[in-house]
Write a protein that binds this ligand. Structure first.
Ligand SMILES: NC(=O)c1ccc[n+]([C@@H]2O[C@H](COP(=O)([O-])OP(=O)(O)OC[C@H]3O[C@@H](n4cnc5c(N)ncnc54)[C@H](O)[C@@H]3O)[C@@H](O)[C@H]2O)c1
Length: 312
């Protein structure tokens, strides 16, 4: 079940990160290594993974979160903190393969919480959800509003949000020990090229046109990936319950393209395309996370400028 592993014992706390080689959480893995923590990553090296960051500074267990034996493996690590971020994240794949996506993602989340309830000294488990679980939004959604996922991917994430509530309410050992974040669209280095800003970057380099779904009217909020690790750290230490993580800095895809063209002085070629069933607007209320004193390090424009600096 497990691949290469190396032990590096440090003085800091022990944190176990599932999906710790992903686009977003590879940055979180590196952040906690820099802080001097003992980091254990569970990642099965599937789509989105960045195995090139494996350098001996953390332990990597090559395990599938959907396999039951991962529960014992997590418990054996005796982590102080768990972050559960491993998931199939490709929405189009999830629409083609709903059963596989739902089965693997929900089993993975069950196993993360099963391990957590067998760890008497665990300080916190964080479940990583997404703003997509709210479905189409006509106003900035608060954390206590109804979930209305509209793809198998977002359904699997919403199921995890309900599991977090259930495990916390059912098992006294987990009372006050679970937290959840629901980030908006994240962009930055290591993102897979089918995601919009990575796609724009690629198109600026190659000149290949990007398919502009539904006339580029899809509206999302965006946050630079380097802002995620500090907010994860804050919520692990100060958080209670659920936090939307967004900036209320929302744009349509058309506006993103204009911004990218402005930053680089280059044209982004597009071709018209239609995506059926696409949610046109995600928007979240960030009052709770701001109430913890959170302030992003990067404005959207600063993040975009840094991300696109290699194509200017
Ligand atoms: N990308 C975004 O904009 C965004 C926004 C909100 C929330 N999220 C959430 O953040 C997390 C990370 O997203 P990302 O875009 O960085 O992911 P990603 O697609 O870049 O990577 C997914 C990672 O999870 C691993 N993985 C997948 N299934 C696994 C399994 N069953 N067992 C072990 N490892 C497995 C893969 O190997 C890969 O390293 C996900 O939970 C996602 O739902 C992402």
């Amino acid at each position: 079940m497990f691949g290469w592993r190396k032990r590096v014992e440090r003085k800091g706390p022990r944190i176990l990160i599932t999906g710790g080689l992903s686009f977003i959480f590879s940055h979180v893995t590196e952040y906690f290594v820099r802080k001097g923590w003992n980091v254990v990553v569970i990642d099965n090296l599937s789509k989105g993974s960045n195995p090139e960051i494996i350098d001996g500074s953390f332990v990597h267990l090559n395990a599938h979160m959907a396999n039951l034996d991962v529960v014992d493996a997590i418990v054996a690590e005796k982590p102080d903190y768990i972050i559960h971020a491993a998931a199939i994240t490709d929405v189009d794949y999830s629409i083609r393969e709903p059963r596989r996506t739902l089965e693997k993602n929900t089993r993975g989340t069950i196993h993360a919480f099963e391990a957590a309830r067998h760890l008497p000294h665990l300080k916190k488990i964080m479940y990583v959800s997404t703003d997509e679980i709210y479905g189409e939004c006509d106003h900035p959604m608060r954390e206590d509003e109804m979930l209305a996922p509209r793809s198998p991917y977002s359904c699997s994430k919403a199921a995890g949000s309900l599991m977090r509530i259930t495990y916390e309410n059912t098992y006294p050992i987990l009372k006050g020990r679970t937290v959840e974040i629901r980030p908006c669209n994240i962009f930055g280095p290591r993102q897979e090229p089918e995601k919009i800003l990575a796609r724009i970057k690629l198109s600026l380099k190659t000149g290949d046109p990007i398919p502009l779904h539904n006339e580029g009217a899809g509206y999302r909020e965006y946050l630079y990936v380097k802002d995620i690790a500090p907010v994860v750290d804050l919520v692990l230490h100060e958080g209670e319950g659920v936090y939307n993580v967004g900036t209320r800095d929302g744009f349509t895809v058309r506006e993103l393209i204009e911004k990218a063209e402005h930053v680089t002085g280059k044209k982004v070629p597009t071709t018209p395309s239609h995506r059926s069933g696409m949610d046109m607007r995600y928007q979240t209320d960030n009052t709770r996370i701001c109430g913890l004193g959170w302030k992003p390090l990067y404005t959207f424009d600063e993040g975009l400028r840094e991300y696109l600096s290699s194509v200017e």
